[in-house]
Design a protein around this ligand. Structure first.
Ligand SMILES: CC(C)(COP(=O)(O)OP(=O)(O)OC[C@H]1O[C@@H](n2cnc3c(N)ncnc32)[C@H](O)[C@@H]1OP(=O)(O)O)[C@@H](O)C(=O)NCCC(=O)NCCS
Length: 158
């Protein structure tokens, strides 16, 4: 496949949300149900956000969150199945890694269910330390409300 015309875009104002939602539904098993309102929130709170384009067609996406100095996370890396296997996924991840909010932090984390080999080729290592996760929606709202009440927090104007 000739990919010389494929464009990578770092301007998140250019994201086409209906196309992005369809790309997630087609390509990302963990994100098939995401709706446009939610995607807009996720993208507003992510930097950088990188999209990949074949003319007007959205064919790839990745985003990161970062504190700018210590830690960053890369999320939702996808290439349209019609365009996989020709090096675009690697270039997409490398584009995210080259952004100052990611390249200047001590550690870049990501979680992946099946794609360890893909990320190892880019330089990621299997992480021996335990990763923990809180599923906010996995318990009844009553349980969650009770547990949150038990945590002393005092933050104004959040
Ligand atoms: C994972 C994904 C982004 C890779 O994109 P891609 O454009 O197909 O990958 P590339 O063509 O850039 O591959 C780069 C290298 O990784 C290898 N690779 C790609 N996918 C691989 C896989 N599943 N297992 C092993 N190696 C893989 C390629 O062979 C290539 O190897 P090379 O260095 O010898 O040339 C793409 O397959 C995808 O969108 N998958 C579905 C969504 C997904 O699982 N995303 C990751 C979520 S964490």
């Amino acid at each position: 496949m000739d990919c010389s015309h494929i464009q990578f875009c770092g301007d998140k104002s250019k994201v086409d949300f209906p196309q992005l939602q369809r790309l997630f539904a087609k390509t990302a098993f963990w994100a098939r149900e995401r709706n446009i309102d939610e995607l807009q929130i996720a993208i507003a709170n992510s930097n950088p956000v990188v999209t990949v384009w074949d003319k007007q067609r959205l064919i790839g996406f990745a985003r990161a969150t970062s504190d700018g100095i210590y830690r960053a996370g890369i999320w939702d890396v996808i290439i349209d199945p019609d365009y996989q296997g020709v090096g675009l996924g690697r270039k997409l991840v490398q584009t995210v890694l080259s952004h100052p909010l990611v390249s200047k932090v001590e550690r870049v984390y990501l979680t992946t269910t099946h794609q360890q080999s893909f990320y190892e080729r880019i330089g990621f290592q299997q992480n021996e330390t335990t990763t923990m996760v809180l599923y906010n929606n996995s318990e009844s709202s009553e349980d969650l409300a009770r547990r949150i009440k038990e945590i002393p927090v005092a933050i104004d104007n959040w």
